[in-house]
Design a protein around this ligand. Sequence first.
Ligand SMILES: CC[C@@H](C(=O)O)C(=O)SCCNC(=O)CCNC(=O)[C@H](O)C(C)(C)COP(=O)(O)OP(=O)(O)OC[C@H]1O[C@@H](n2cnc3c(N)ncnc32)[C@H](O)[C@@H]1OP(=O)(O)O
Length: 256
Amino acid sequence: MYNTIRFDIHEAGYAQMTLSRPDQRNAVSLEMVEELKDALERAKEADIKCLVVTGEGSDAFCSGGDLYDFHADLTSEDVFSTLYKMKEFLYDLARFPLPTLAILNGHALGGGCELATACDFRYGPEWASYGFIQGRLGIIPGWGGGALLYKRLPSLVAYRMLVESKPFSAAQCLEMGWLQDIYDQSFIKEEMERILQPFLSKSTDQIKEFKQQYIRYEFPISLSVEMDEEVRRCSTLWGNDQHKKAVNSFLTEKNK
Ligand SMILES: CC[C@@H](C(=O)O)C(=O)SCCNC(=O)CCNC(=O)[C@H](O)C(C)(C)COP(=O)(O)OP(=O)(O)OC[C@H]1O[C@@H](n2cnc3c(N)ncnc32)[C@H](O)[C@@H]1OP(=O)(O)O
């Protein structure tokens, strides 16, 4: 049914969205944004206790926005409307009525970290690295994921991750609180059971109450305004020379 993702409802009581462009390191294309939105609506209707977001392949969970679709030469108006679609998805994901878990199958970079941050909890393998690298590309996060990061982590820790703009190791991410746990990919079935057990062992009514309380406490509707502001500020930075050079050099290198 979808070209860029898979969506499954597991009998154990959870839904799973899998980014499925492993050859592009699961970069988020514009088609993927639409498919993610559609799948999220389906997950809202499903009889489940939690939602898992993961990626296909053994390299990357997500390499951020597809640099062909979100290229640097867009006008700031065009870029705003392009980035905004993913902001809407991340906001809806953050306020999803049930717990959401990012089971990272590999590296998360740029928008890949934003997507993971929109989930309530993150679990990653020891070997992978995780970084809000947008600062090295002359921009800031453009999907509202920076605003979400400030909600997930103590503000100075979030600020550090954003301003250093580098990939951090799994151990560092665990210490900073961005990862909730490191898991062993060679025992993925057992590890998934372990990670999901606290969620699946509760009644649906309980699990909804836990999440609703968290949303009331941490994610008021005003969060959307903060995320919009981030998209707007990122759009303003989009056309700068550093960003153009960074994106063009990535695309040129890959097309050699
Ligand atoms: C635009 C939104 C913005 C935001 O709001 O946050 C961002 O997300 S900015 C961040 C954009 N992301 C990046 O700059 C990361 C780019 N990718 C990488 O650094 C690397 O690919 C990797 C993730 C570290 C993986 O490295 P490796 O395993 O060595 O794979 P390759 O680099 O050889 O890539 C394989 C293949 O995938 C294509 N690819 C990778 N990332 C993207 C991307 N973001 N957009 C489009 N395509 C991507 C890459 O071009 C290769 O294709 P082929 O050469 O055709 O095999």
